[in-house]
Ligand binder design. Structure first.
Ligand code: 5RP
Length: 229
């Protein structure tokens, strides 16, 4: 089954975690966009939710569908955040940030009572690391940080825009895409990266997912920290 149908099925399955009156974290990327569109349909049909968006792009999409958008000025906690992932390991550790929104995505997920991850089956891996790990850096430090991450054994590339300039995140930072090949201890690497001056955030999401919904063929697998594969 094409990935698009698996993404759509996972996104549709996430709707049952959203209740009337909820504040919902709106993820970024193509799978999250499916969920936003489906939520838009529900809002048109009467569902009352408010959204906090993880990117300008998702904010614009949600607003165009009539989903009211708020900021942290208006809320302390989200009821649920729904977002995609680039890789998901058996412990439900994630690599995120392929779309460049990892910083806001992690902030929003951290503020949600439930973090629901939606993905197609190509994202399920036995070990994280084939997908280049996005590391968001302040431009001033990017060369220094790139050298330090290279010394850890990764191939490091500064993400570029289609025009060839450094890609700039919604928060004005740059992204280093770091290919480790395999990351045997994601938590240890997460600590090393978090401790590196100049790193704003990295795309390892450890112990954050409460539910992972994976479209697989014509089914949707539901994984949670107690049902890890
Ligand atoms: C954006 C992300 C996305 O959730 C991730 O890249 C998955 O994207 P897609 O659903 O398009 O495969 O982390 O920063």
């Amino acid at each position: 089954m094409p990935n698009d149908q698996e993404k759509e099925a996972a996104a549709r399955a996430s709707l049952r975690f959203v209740r009337d009156g909820d504040i919902v974290g709106l993820g970024s990327g193509s799978t999250a966009a499916c969920a936003i569109r489906l939520l838009g349909d529900k809002v048109k049909a009467g569902l009352r939710i408010r959204g906090i968006a993880t990117s300008v792009r998702s904010q614009e999409l949600a607003a165009s569908l009539g989903i009211p958008i708020i900021t942290f000025d208006e809320c302390q906690q989200l009821d649920v955040a729904i977002d995609g992932a680039d890789e998901i390991d058996p412990q439900l550790c994630l690599i995120k940030g392929g779309g460049g929104a990892l910083l806001r995505e992690k902030v929003v997920a951290s503020a949600a009572r439930q973090f629901v991850v939606i993905a197609d089956s190509s994202k399920q891996v036995s070990l994280l690391g084939k997908f280049p790990l996005p590391v968001e850096v302040i431009p001033f430090a990017q060369i220094l940080v790139a050298r330090r991450i290279t010394a850890l054994g990764a191939a490091v590339n500064l993400r570029k825009s289609p025009q060839g300039n450094p890609y700039t995140t919604d928060e004005g930072h740059h992204i280093l895409d770091c290919t480790f090949g395999q990351i045997p201890d994601p938590a240890a690497l997460a600590r090393v990266l978090s401790d590196m001056p100049g790193v704003v955030e990295h795309g390892l999401f450890i112990g954050m997912a409460n539910v992972v919904l994976i479209g697989k063929g014509d089914k949707v697998l539901e994984l949670s920290p107690t049902t890890k594969t």
